[in-house]
Design a protein around this ligand. Structure first.
Ligand code: IDP
Ligand code: MG
Length: 136
């Protein structure tokens, strides 16, 4: 049984040239790419994606950041895909993220933390529907 999850290489990852590094880690772990698109996320789509954070003090900065340039949107597949991706990503704050994780090895700022991964199977289904509506 294979599960799917959404992964985003955020605009800082594209800007810093770290997409290959991040995708490489995801692939080497054993997850398979099923869709990918380089796209600058618009404000309305960012608002849907980050609906759970609306009203929080960092929401404005978060939307400004995620829309500031191209991001690589991906759907990846594998057993317990969302959980595996979250483990590869490391803690939300890169300063707390363990060495060996994407954020732990490659980032230092909370907003500019390189990567998004859905946090549950339900979030994965919702977020894949936002960015890849044609994927059943
Ligand atoms: P996650 O990306 O690890 O799932 P979330 O809590 O869903 O973390 O937050 C979404 C994004 O919002 C984070 O990746 C981070 O960039 C940013 N963020 C989260 N909490 C804060 C905060 O307290 N201040 C500023 N930015 C935050
Ligand atoms: Mg989250």
């Amino acid at each position: 049984m294979s599960d799917r999850t959404l992964v985003i290489c955020k605009p800082d990852a594209v800007g810093r040239g770290l997409v290959g590094e991040i995708v490489g880690r995801v692939e080497r772990k054993g997850l398979r790419l099923v869709a990918a698109q380089l796209r600058t996320i618009d404000e309305a789509t960012a608002g849907r994606h980050y609906a759970e954070h609306q009203g929080k003090p960092f929401y404005g900065d978060l939307v400004a950041f995620i829309t500031r340039g191209p991001a690589l949107l991906m759907v990846v597949e594998g057993p317990e895909a969302y959980k595996v991706v979250r483990t590869l990503m490391g803690s939300t704050n890169p300063r707390d993220a363990a060495p060996g994780t994407i954020r732990g090895d490659l980032a230092i700022e909370l907003t500019e933390n390189l990567v998004h991964g859905s946090d549950s199977p339900e979030s994965a289904a919702r977020e894949i529907g936002i960015f890849f509506p044609d994927l059943g």
